[in-house]
Design a protein. Structure first.
Length: 636
């Protein structure tokens, strides 16, 4: 029997610079969903990739002095490395510069053209290059791009148009009367701000640059990035040729995961293109919220990004995946701070899960020589634990089907906390003191082990490593690791050996760690440039003395200079110094300064200077080096 299919996609990201934790967020969510669906027995197709055409990419490559493809190959391999580090289980990675994609997009263009849904005209409008988006005057926010807040350019050029307006009624029906767009709260914006305002036909080609897929019938035009980009979801399945039947098998997609700022493209333009191609629209588009930094969206161009590589290297992949999926409600925006991250890791991973596992393993070793023993005993606390053990899987699945990852994990953690409570309720350390209660103790340790096995199986799509470590430690056979076995109680066999393991998630000292993380954000120090080395003998030639400033006058010819009268022991010295702009005369009198006493006397603008005094200065400030010591004292 053919398995039921599940097709899930992330946006294809712009490789205009390194990806950040925001991109990681969408991709981890897609990965978790893909892993759960595979575990449930679906034939999953999980697609991600990169969106490589357009003016923005061209400009970045130009700035670096590279051919676009050379630049892109480099950065795309970094992106793939990131996904490897994050253990993203994608089935296919599409690049819009792949030959098969370019060819298919041209075929899509021709299908639409031949149908009469693409026609040539002239476009006049406002264009935001960083967002690759056209706007009308009314859509601007204070005259700027409503998405990124930057300037837009008036653009007038010959262009091919897609008859978006023709699909207005069908789009309205799709958005208002189906579950196509999730969360539902985003429907109003699309309907009221875009569709009901009246949809204009869409410019889908550009002539002002050539980094794009050429319009097959018109050499001077390249296909506008969004038609190119959105088509990836079907060209990756070999549409339109479909020689291997992938398109037939997986399309329509079960869900496109996207950030909220590109919901418009995915729920208006994309379904309209598919309608024009007479193809089914995706089953669902989910527009998730943004991870914000200090109230603003993280953005590559603003430079305020959180580097996922730094985080996973320090805390581990599982911890970061857990944090992203648990901390934020998928449909809503959420704030990222180091403190939020560290507190979450401490409370849920180090305390709740980590402690449960380490306490249980320690007790099994201390009281039962590292062996789980099945017992006939039943305690009054067992049933509620077992009910939750059996019931949690279905609750998790329901949450995941609604893309509510945070509450899916919360369902598992309710069970984790319940299991911890079971330890307190049954107090195995007290049972262990009474030989007649051995059966009761075995029962407690068995229930703890079996609960932990189920927890480990349930977390496997979210924290694959941690899951494996725990299941290995508890000697779980393959069949006891399966997703479905996470709702079957009592599978752990009598006499199963339990191994000791290292701490799963060490507790973090939040204050210390925040200081450390803060220091990572600082600019690396520029290397100091020192003067040429001198020997100790060279230095010994200098005669440095403490000197009292007795009186001060302005230099008669130079505003910058002051003429200082100094007392050095019994001697008097006159020094001309360039410190006039930093001090008032009266501030200097009485200061005990350091004089280079054996400097060859010179005349500065006609006034004799017998030595110099030492000062420290940067761009803004200057301070005299002072020493509270008897005048004339040598300094060495
Ligand atoms: O828009 N919080 O690419 P892109 C949460 N190429 N998610 C975030 C985020 C944040 N702070 N920042 C980015 C494009 N994302 C187009 C897509 S699809 C046919 C073409 C995630 O590199 C989120 O998924 O700007 C968002 O939609 C996507 O990255 C934007 O990636």
């Amino acid at each position: 029997m053919n398995k039921e299919t599940f097709y899930i996609t992330t946006p294809i990201y712009y490789p205009s610079s390194k990806l950040h934790i925001g991109h990681t967020y969408t991709t981890v969510a897609a990965d978790v969903l893909a892993r759960i669906k595979r575990a449930q027995g679906y034939d999953v197709m999980f697609l991600t990739g990169t969106d490589e055409h357009g003016e923005k990419i061209l400009n970045v490559a130009k700035d670096k002095g590279l051919e676009p493809k050379v630049y892109l190959d480099q950065i795309v391999s970094e992106i793939k490395e990131l996904w490897e580090k994050m253990e993203i289980s994608y089935d296919h990675f599409i690049r819009t510069t792949d030959d098969y994609h370019e060819k298919s997009v041209q075929e899509i263009f021709m299908k639409l053209y031949e149908k009469g849904d693409i026609y040539k005209g002239e476009y006049e409008g406002l264009y935001c290059t960083p967002c690759e988006s056209f706007w009308t005057e009314t859509q601007l926010a204070d005259g700027k791009c409503p998405d990124c807040g930057r300037d837009v350019q008036k653009t007038k050029e010959e262009t091919y148009f897609f008859r978006l307006s023709k699909y207005q009624d069908r789009l309205l029906d799709l958005l208002e009367n189906t579950d196509f767009l999730q969360p539902k709260s985003r429907v109003n914006e699309m309907v009221n701000n875009f569709i009901k305002q009246g949809l204009d036909d869409l410019s889908i080609s550009r002539t002002s640059f050539d980094w794009g897929i050429p319009v097959p019938i018109d050499e001077g035009h390249v296909i506008y990035v969004w038609l190119d980009a959105l088509s990836n979801y079907i060209t990756a399945l070999d549409y339109p040729d479909d020689k291997e039947g992938k398109y037939k098998k997986y399309w329509p997609a079960d869900v496109h995961l996207v950030g909220k700022e590109i919901v418009r493209f995915h729920t208006i333009i994309w379904p309209a293109i598919l309608m024009a191609l007479d193809e089914p629209v995706p089953k669902k588009v989910f527009g998730h919220g943004w991870i914000l930094l200090d109230g603003g969206k993280m953005s590559k161009s603003k430079g305020n990004i959180v580097d996922p590589v730094i985080l996973i290297e320090r805390y581990g992949v599982d911890a970061i995946k857990y944090f992203l999926m648990r901390e934020y409600s998928f449909g809503q925006d959420g704030l990222f701070t180091n403190e939020v991250l560290l507190n979450r890791l401490n409370s849920d991973l180090a305390n709740d899960l980590g402690n449960l596992v380490s306490r249980t393993i320690a007790m099994i070793h201390k009281y039962n020589d590292g062996v789980i023993i099945k017992s006939e005993f039943e305690s009054e606390f067992d049933q509620s634990l077992i009910d939750l053990a059996i019931g949690t899987r279905v609750l998790v699945e329901k949450r995941v089907d609604n893309l509510d990852f945070s509450n899916a994990l919360e369902e598992i953690w309710k069970f984790v906390r319940r299991t911890n409570k079971y330890i307190d309720e049954t107090s195995p350390w007290i049972l262990a003191k009474d030989e007649t209660k051995k059966d009761e103790l075995d029962n407690v340790l068995y229930n703890l082990s079996e609960s932990i096995r189920i927890i480990a199986a349930l977390i496997s799509p979210f924290l694959p490593h941690t899951s494996t470590k725990i299941l290995d430690a508890f000697g779980a056979e393959e069949s006891l690791r399966l997703w479905n076995s996470s709702s079957e109680y009592g599978l752990t066999k009598d006499n199963t050996k339990v191994e000791k393991i290292a701490v799963l998630f060490p507790r973090i000292d939040v204050a210390e760690e925040i200081e450390y993380l803060g220091s990572l954000g600082e600019k690396p120090e520029e290397k100091m440039v020192f003067k040429e080395e001198i020997s100790i003998d060279d230095f010994a030639k200098m005669d440095l003395r403490v000197a009292d400033i007795v009186s001060v006058e302005k230099h008669p010819k130079a505003d910058r200079l002051l003429v200082l009268q100094l007392k050095v022991g019994n001697e008097k010295r006159q020094v001309v110094s360039g410190i006039a702009e930093h001090f008032k005369i009266e501030e200097l009198i009485g200061e005990k300064v350091v004089l280079v006493a054996n400097l060859k006397p010179v005349k500065l603008r006609g006034v004799l200077s017998q030595g110099m005094i030492l000062a420290a200065c940067d761009d803004k400030d200057l301070k005299l080096v002072t020493v509270d010591f008897e005048s004339g004292t040598p300094i060495s």
